[in-house]
Design a protein around this ligand. Sequence first.
Ligand SMILES: *Cc1c(COP(=O)(O)O)cnc(C)c1O
Length: 379
Amino acid sequence: MIHTKLFLAGPTEVSDEMFQAMSHPMIGHRSKDYQALHESVVKKLRRFIGTTHEIFIFTSSATGVMEAAVRNCVRGKILHTVCGAFSERWVDISRACGKVVETVDVPFGKAVRPELVASELASDSIGGRQAATLQLPRDDGYRFDAVAITHNETSSGVMNPLNDLCETVRRVQPDALIFVDAVSSFGGSIIKPDEWGIDVLIFGTQKCLALPPGLAFAVVSPRAMVRSQEMTDKGYYFDFIEMKKYADKNMTPATPAISLLFGVDAQLDRMLAEGMEGRAVRHQDMAMLAQEWVARHHLPFTAEEGFRSPTVTSISVPEGFNSDEFRKKVKEKGYALADGYGKLKGKGFRIGHMGDWKVEDVGELLRVMDKVINSSSKK
Ligand SMILES: *Cc1c(COP(=O)(O)O)cnc(C)c1O
């Protein structure tokens, strides 16, 4: 099979070194060797993030942990900020878990503004009569148990102003927990869960961590742990309290994807050497180069200016530009681009510049894209 270099919005390219680290002989998940591996991963992650919160390791994709946040911490009502396909998916998850959902929606390609969230939080939008019929579990049933924020909306290439949004929630409704989907931004941007008051921070292995899919992580605040303790009917596999019982012994309740953990342990050495700031700068530099390319070819960005993602650039192609054909030709030269997402499927494409890629690699990709565009315009 020919090796295609992945510039997808996940999964991302995995280096030979990481595949080597993951080929470590298997170990038992109740052994001292496993405990040492688990402890090492959690310690390194803790250092990379600079957090004192709990760190849980789940053998599932990140969507599982999005559901975990809802099941562990939402008694009645949750406010979702919605700006694209992944934030919409989180709404579906909350509804499927039987929660009362309200949304703050912005058009596709726009970022969620803190003012919008503030006014939604401040208003009794559900109304007394409705609240009574819904029989919310608290007497002040108007309030939200949690606010869900998608940091980097991978479908539109928008990065929401996370710190400002968290600050707004804490100011207007301090008792609402803050959930953050950082699946396509963790490891490629600055995120400070303790300082910003993030109660459940979610990410997985196959985006900026540049590892195969299969593991996901939750960074969980003391407030969220208290909430989970009080919750009933939260299911079994994703229960934070059960996770903590085992995490305290450097284990997981069920058998984890051990091979992947060897990869995470190795990758975290590189991440610590580069640092969160270093990685944020590198991803921003890659994004700048991709954005220059889009501007040079007079193609329309999907994401509004000022909120374009450092990890993924989405292009909504104009009439007459066959993006499927374009991606096919780029792929024939050995580089995979992502399709447009949702309504942009077949009507746009995305460049995932995340993980281990460097600015030079993005440059190489863009030169290939130039060649494809130039050769097709000559015909
Ligand atoms: C990829 C992605 C997800 C889904 O993650 P899975 O690991 O596929 O479950 C969720 N949110 C965002 C923002 C993503 O980019």
